[in-house]
Design a protein around this ligand. Sequence first.
Ligand SMILES: [Fe+2]
Length: 246
Amino acid sequence: MTLTKKDIDIEQIVGNIAEQVRKDFFSTSEEDLVQEAFEQVKEAYVPQRKTYAMTTDHLSEETKKNHESLYRKEVEVLTRLSAELDAADKLSVDNNHSVYRSTKKDEITNLNAVYLHELYFANCFDLNSELFLDSLAYMRLANDWGTFDVWMADFMACAMAARSGWVVCGYSLYLKKMINVFVDEHDSGVLFGIIPVVVIDMWEHAYVRDYGNDKKGYLTAMMREISWDVVEDRVERIDALKKVLG
Ligand SMILES: [Fe+2]
């Protein structure tokens, strides 16, 4: 038997399919649709732990190991948090308590901890530390603070003001100059729009074992071993960024 167009009304069939698709689509709740959209967006990242040669005589081997083990754990936790955030329920988020909120807060803490530790490991421990008067770093700091010594006095004051935390000199995208800030713990008092240039760990684990309560003695030792080559590279990158941002 031969089928004719009368027997197979293609337009009718297509219409029926379209109607079914429409019903299926609109029968899906709005929440399900949003959840499906979230599932399409994968946010997870895997931070890579780096190795640093802490070539300094100003810190004991025990203190160096403490830094390394804390840094390793921060990277591990951050990796886990990244995956957890990727799968977190984002529909029943609450600002009093929710898994998403807690995990997001911990992500910020550990991301800062990893980043600041890496900056510190890279810009300290240079046994041949040397700052040239014609370097960009020296000229920028001297220019933005009046003199280099004024910058350093303020930087050290910031370090002494930090509780368990960090001292950071960085370029403020808003003020368009180098400024000094301190951060209590890893995430209290963090300033937006600052690109770090010099970072020193001011947590107790960084100095108590070797310096007791002599925080200033530890700080002075670290300042003597700043890798100005690393700082110069950061300042050059900021200059390149300034050209783009204006
Ligand atoms: Fe540390």
